[in-house]
Design a protein. Structure first.
Length: 293
């Protein structure tokens, strides 16, 4: 195997584009493409497929990339050792966080990874669940945090496990609470309410709970971003709710009052990973720490 060709492959896989990698390597795209083709011929397997303007790794390409990644990172480590720098390389954990998962919740769930037996370098990506699962399928991520489980299929074998189920707490400004006095949750009837977007798992649970009680709040706004929802709640646009495990932080950060709590509605969060990743020490540390309340 020609290790220069392997290095070129590694740079293209990182960049996702021959043109982009060529600029960093100061090589013409035609030259770089020819070098990768030579490597593919030597290995006897295609390493990339073209997806529009991007180069997508094949299954074999992903395996080769992971080996190459370890090889060249170890090479960099050797340079550091020779320069008298620390030799131990942190273990990397690449996590995808679905955009419906509140950031404070994600922080709580991932924090044990930074305290596991081996030093961990945490890399967090946020996005739509569908896109994150696609990255998990091609091993660009080690773990995905979501607000619901996922079903495995023939193309993608995954495991999911619950990180815990907690009740929810409702909040509002003091002036809004005075305007809508009375016991909780009856005071929410006809009161302005800020809600997650339709399709959000928690949104559906809240709606069914209120319907069952005969309570009909006035939904004044819906949000994809829970941070934006809390910002509107802070200025008194309406009441809002979040999982109870972060209620102290919400009151401190947003200067709002706790209106009430319920365990009739529970927010449950899941870690999703591929079967070959379940022995990752940092993932096991996350799995061991469950939240309930």
């Amino acid at each position: 195997m020609n290790y220069k060709h392997l290095f070129y492959f590694w740079k293209v896989a990182q960049a996702g584009s021959i043109t982009t990698a060529g600029r960093s390597l100061r090589l013409r795209p035609q030259t770089l493409s020819a070098q990768i083709q030579t490597l593919e011929e030597a290995l006897g397997h295609p390493l990339f497929v073209r997806m529009g303007r991007r180069m997508q790794l094949t299954d074999t390409g992903q395996m080769v990339f992971e080996y190459a990644n370890d090889m060249f990172l170890i090479g960099n480590e050797l340079d550091e050792v020779l320069k008298g720098m620390p030799a131990e390389r942190p273990m990397r954990l690449r996590v995808g966080i679905a955009d419906v998962v509140p950031k404070l919740i994600a922080c709580r769930f991932l924090e044990p990874a930074l305290r596991c037996d081996r030093e961990t370098h945490l890399v967090c990506h946020e996005g739509k669940l569908k896109g994150l699962l696609a990255d998990l399928a091609v091993h660009q991520l080690d773990l995905v945090l979501a607000d619901g489980p996922t079903n495995s299929n023939a193309q993608m074998r995954t495991l999911h496990y619950s990180l815990g189920a907690v009740g929810v707490s409702f909040f509002g400004t003091s002036s809004l609470r005075k305007q809508f006095a009375g016991p909780f949750p009856e005071m929410l009837h006809h009161a302005p309410l800020l809600m997650p977007m339709e399709g959000n798992v928690l949104r559906g649970k809240i709606g069914r709970w209120l319907d069952g009680l005969g309570i009909a709040p006035k939904i004044v706004a819906e949000f994809q971003d829970t941070a934006l929802m809390k910002a509107f709640g802070q200025v008194g646009a309406g009441f809002f709710c979040v999982p109870s495990i972060i209620e102290d932080e919400i009151m401190l950060q947003h200067q709002v009052e706790l209106v009430g709590q319920t365990h009739q509605v529970e927010a449950e969060y899941f870690a999703i990973t591929t079967q070959r990743r379940v022995e990752h020490p940092a993932i096991l540390a996350i799995q061991t720490r469950r939240f309930n309340g």
